[in-house]
Design a binder for this molecule. Structure first.
Ligand code: ZN
Length: 235
């Protein structure tokens, strides 16, 4: 109950701030939203996209799931929650950007990387996490002698690349990209060091995002960042 009371207190503060003093962040949002960006994030309690990215209400349309994964396009009668969110964002809201926001020390990817991980285990979790199985196999092949920490970091980043690839399997996303109305981004939040990395598909690596203008310009250089994946399959 203690935790729930904290949230009630939090809402009352929010209400006081946003709804009791005339103009508020919601003045232009009362009857609809027009976010220009969709974020696919992990359900992890430490990785709230709105908090990390300094967002205001109405800024981002968000879908969160275990390990921030994107399933491939499947034209069947299944109930596809993430795919429905993508369709709504791209076809209805007409967002201009989709950011896949991964992160370090991800519990979902940690489970995937366990030696005894069984993709066919009963329940919902194992089949879902298995979406990133190609990332595990790639990492085990490319980094056979690395530490488990390095391998997990690589798998976390490589699964973002896989999700970018899966985004391209959705016809409405492919169309929007070809028309130049939609851009895709793969971001990786390093919780240990408080740093953000961006995937560069030309170099096939994740580069640190900084506010240093020189480093900003070098984000697209050929220098490879230590500890980050240096192989990519994004097409
Ligand atoms: Zn996670």
């Amino acid at each position: 109950m203690h935790t729930i009371q904290k949230f009630i207190d939090g809402f009352l503060e929010f209400q006081e701030q946003h709804f009791k003093h005339g103009e508020s962040s919601f003045t232009n949002l009362k009857y609809g939203q027009e976010p220009q960006t969709m974020v696919i994030g992990c359900s992890d309690s430490r990785v709230d996209p709105a908090l990390l990215m300094g967002c205001e209400p109405g800024d981002i349309f968000v879908s969160r799931n275990v390990a921030n994964l994107i399933p491939p396009y499947e034209d069947d009668a299944g109930l596809h929650g993430v795919s429905a969110a993508l369709e709504f964002a791209v076809c209805n809201l007409k967002v201009q950007s989709i950011i896949i926001l991964g992160h370090s020390f991800c519990g979902g990817i940690k489970t995937l990387m366990r030696d005894d991980f069984n993709p066919n285990a009963k329940g919902f979790l194992a089949p879902w996490i298995s979406l990133a199985l190609p990332a595990k196999l790639e990492v085990l092949q490319k980094l056979p002698n690395s530490s488990s920490k390095t391998r997990q970091r690589a798998a976390e980043q490589y699964s973002i690349i896989l999700s970018l690839k899966n985004l391209m399997s959705f016809p409405f996303i492919k169309d929007a990209i070809e028309k130049g109305t939609l851009s895709l981004f793969g971001w990786y939040f390093d919780i240990e060091n408080g740093e953000l990395f961006e995937y560069n598909k030309d170099d096939g690596i994740f580069k640190k995002i900084t506010n240093n203008k020189k480093e900003h310009a070098a984000r697209f250089s050929k220098n490879k960042a230590k500890g980050n994946v240096d192989f990519g399959i994004y097409e």
